[in-house]
Design a protein around this ligand. Sequence first.
Ligand SMILES: [Mn+2]
Length: 384
Amino acid sequence: MGRSFHGVGMLDAQQAFVDQLVDAVARHAVDVVLIAGDVYDRALPGVDVVHLLDDALVRLTSAGAQVVLTSGNHDSAIRLGFASRLLERGGVHLRTRLDSLDQPLVLPVGGASAGAADTAVVAIYGIPWLEPRLVADQLGVQTASHFEVTRAATELIRQDIERRSATATVHSVVLAHTFASGGISSDSERDLSIGGVGAVPQDLFDGFSYTALGHLHGRQSLSPQVRYSGSPLAYSFSEASHQKGAWLIDIDAGGVTAVQEVLWDAPRTLAVLRGPLSELLESPDYSWAETAYCQVTLTDAQRPARAMDQLRARFPDTLVLSFDPEGSPAGTASTYSSRLAEAPDDLAVCCGFLEHVRGRVPDDAEKAALAAALENVRLQEASL
Ligand SMILES: [Mn+2]
C-alpha cells in the first residue's frame, strides 16, 4: 500500500483492491487472511495510506476473519508492530519480531479424519523479513546470509511444532517474506539483489503443510505447498502479463485439502508498445491501448520531434518512453535512460552513471566501494 506506478498515485486502486479482498473474505467465509509483507512501500507511509490499512483491518475482522501479517523489507518492523499485543485481542496478529517467530496463531480444525481421542489444530507462524546482518547474532548463526537466518528461523518453528505435536495433530502454515529459489523475479523487486542478496532454497520449507510467501510480485507456485500470492496490483510494466490474485487454502483435520485461486480485477490495463511513431499513432491494432497505462519504445531511425506529446494525443497515459532506433548496433541501447532502464540492480545504475559521466567503467575498487555504500543505505533503512 502506498506505492505509486511510474509517478501515478495508486491509492484509489489500492482501496478498490481492499474492497475486493473484504468481499472475497465474506463470500468464501474465510477464517484467516495471511499477509506476508510488504504491507507498505516505505518505513514512513503517508497518513492516507495508514488510514487505508487501518480501515482494511477493521473491515476484514468485521467480515469474520482473523489476520496474520508479517513485515517485509520495505516496512519498518517496529512501526508496523506497534500495539501488536493489543491488536492480538482484536484478531489481528502482527508477526514483525524475531521473538514471535515461534508463537503461532493456533486454531482448531474439524473434519472427518479427526480421531476421537485426538485434537487437530492449525498453527500459523509468521517470519518477518530477516535482514541477515541485523538478526544473525540473535538467531545464533555464524554466517549472516539469507539462507542461514531463514534456516535458523524455520528450525525454531519446527521445534515449536514438535512440542505441540505431543498433544495434538499439528498442521503448520508458515508465512515468510523472502526470495525463495524457483521464484521468477520481475523489475519491481530489483532491490533484492543489492549487495549480492541471494535466494533461499525452497526446501527450507519442506514439511510445513503450507508456506505463504511474500516479496515477489508475480503470483506463482514453487510447489503445491509453497506459493507466492504476489502483489495485488502491478507495480511495473514487467508485470503487464500478470493476472493478480490470491490463494484460498482449505485445511481440515487431515491437512490441506484444496488450494484454489481468487482473482483481483486490475484497475487499468498495461500496454507495452513498440514500433515506429507513425504506426503507433495510426494503426487500429493499438486502439485497445488508448485507455491503458503505456510504456512505449520508439524504433524510428531518427528520433521524432515532440514524440511524447504526439503519443499522448492518442495514448494519454503514456508513462514511459524510450528510443531504440532500427539499425543501431545490437545490444547498444541509444540513450542513457534506456540503458539504465535495463540495469538489473542499483549497483548497476550507479556503475552506469559513472560510465556515462566519465566515459569508462568503474574499476573493481570503485565497484566495491559503491556496493558497500549501497549496502549501508539498505541496512539503515532496515533499522528505521
Ligand atoms: Mn519485499
